[in-house]
Design a protein around this ligand. Structure first.
Ligand code: AGP
Length: 369
């Protein structure tokens, strides 16, 4: 078993460290570097079809649902097509309004999740165009969909999804670029720039993984708390949800992810000196607003753990726990920000002595309702 884990203590840790490789494998097969173009032959999404689509539904469960939430930001901004994101377990029972102008895209690591399969069946019955982003070749969803985009994460054994998630984000990014190119909502210059960021991503991820010691220090400090709050805005909001899910799943600590703008609508009442608050900050239009949220937490003696894109910013003030995230474009920032959150959950879980790869009550794929 140790050999299978390639010297890592757990599959989850091995899979976290495999992410730079998994990302390269996911883009290598669909990227033509000489022309800086993306190709998805197995997706069956040609220009004619894409220009007819006026609504997209991204449907999934759990971590794959968080990837879908990120996908909405990318597809709406890059392709100007309206996107609805749904949990498969809700979508399948709410008689969704679908027709031949809709694209239903289900997202799944295993390709076997019961609710996601039922969502796809619903889409096919209602005449929507149905596609799947899946990791497992030949899985049910891969066979049922009318076209597939594969993530090439390789087998994911740990129940807590890590490399499947980051490769889903990359697949959604590539799809958005591909789609925008086909319908003409992106210039070739912007496309080249975006793809250049993608090529630099694995190296930046390696940098973050080599910084793992910082996160171990954070983990040690918060190993005994009972609650955690994760705050972010914009395209990083789903990463707050994902960070909280990772922590819940493997450390059994109660954690919530929130859109930072919602803080005043409830969760701020939870903040006191015992509440660690993880904040995700990237430069851009929402930066100042995140800084205000940080100040609101500090004013109530909450403890800030900050992931900050780029070099230290004096405006944030003297934060004790701050980790620098390498700079990239908006679309790919989620792929980097999630890595320290995976490591934080992992190290806390290990220190608490839980069964990291097979947490209690959970199954790797939920094939029955
Ligand atoms: C993630 O850490 C979970 N174990 C879980 O939420 C998972 O993402 C969900 O069950 C969906 O699985 P799928 O991607 O195989 O469909």
């Amino acid at each position: 078993v140790m050999a299978e884990k390639a010297g890592y203590k757990h599959f989850m840790l091995k899979e976290i460290y495999e992410q730079p490789r998994a990302i390269v494998d996911t883009f290598r097969s669909v990227l033509d570097l000489s022309a800086f173009e993306v190709f998805f032959p197995e997706a069956h999404l040609d220009r004619e079809l894409l220009s007819k689509i006026d609504r997209v539904f991204l449907v999934a469960c759990g971590t794959s649902f968080h990837a879908a939430l990120v996908g909405k930001y990318m597809l709406e901004k890059l392709c100007r097509v309206p996107v609805e994101v749904d949990l498969a377990s809700e979508f399948r029972y709410r008689d969704p309004i679908l027709d031949e102008r809709c694209l239903l895209l289900v997202i799944s690591q295993s390709g076997e999740t019961a609710d996601t399969r039922a969502a796809l069946v619903e889409g096919v019955q209602k005449g929507a165009h149905c596609r799947a982003i899946v990791n497992v070749l030949g899985s049910s969803l891969a066979r049922m969909a009318q076209g597939v985009i594969y993530t090439h994460a390789g087998p994911e054994i740990g129940v807590a999804s890590t490399k499947a998630f980051t490769t889903q984000l990359v697949a959604l990014f590539l799809l958005s670029i591909y789609w925008a190119t086909k319908i003409g909502t992106i210039s070739s210059e912007s496309r080249r720039e975006a793809l250049q960021h993608l090529l630099e991503l694995p190296r930046k991820m390696d940098e973050l993984l080599n910084d793992g010691g910082v996160i171990q220090h954070w983990a040690k400090r918060y190993v005994h708390v009972t609650d955690f709050l994760y705050l972010a805005r914009g395209i990083l909001f789903p990463i707050a949800l994902e960070g909280a899910l990772k922590l819940k799943e493997i450390s059994y600590i109660h954690a919530e992810g929130y859109a930072a703008g919602e803080m005043k609508h409830g969760p701020i009442a939870l903040i006191d000196e015992n509440m660690p608050v993880v904040v995700l900050l990237r430069k851009g239009e929402l930066y100042e607003k995140m800084i205000s949220n940080v100040q609101e937490v500090l004013a109530r003696d909450g403890q800030i753990l900050a992931l900050v894109e780029g070099a230290k910013d004096p405006k944030i003030g003297p934060l004790e726990l701050q980790l620098e995230i390498p700079e990239t474009c908006e679309w790919l920032a989620p792929v980097l920000f999630v890595v320290p959150l995976q490591l934080l959950a992992y190290h806390i879980a290990v220190m608490r002595g839980t069964d990291v790869d097979q947490p209690r009550n959970l199954a790797k794929s939920v094939t029955v309702e």
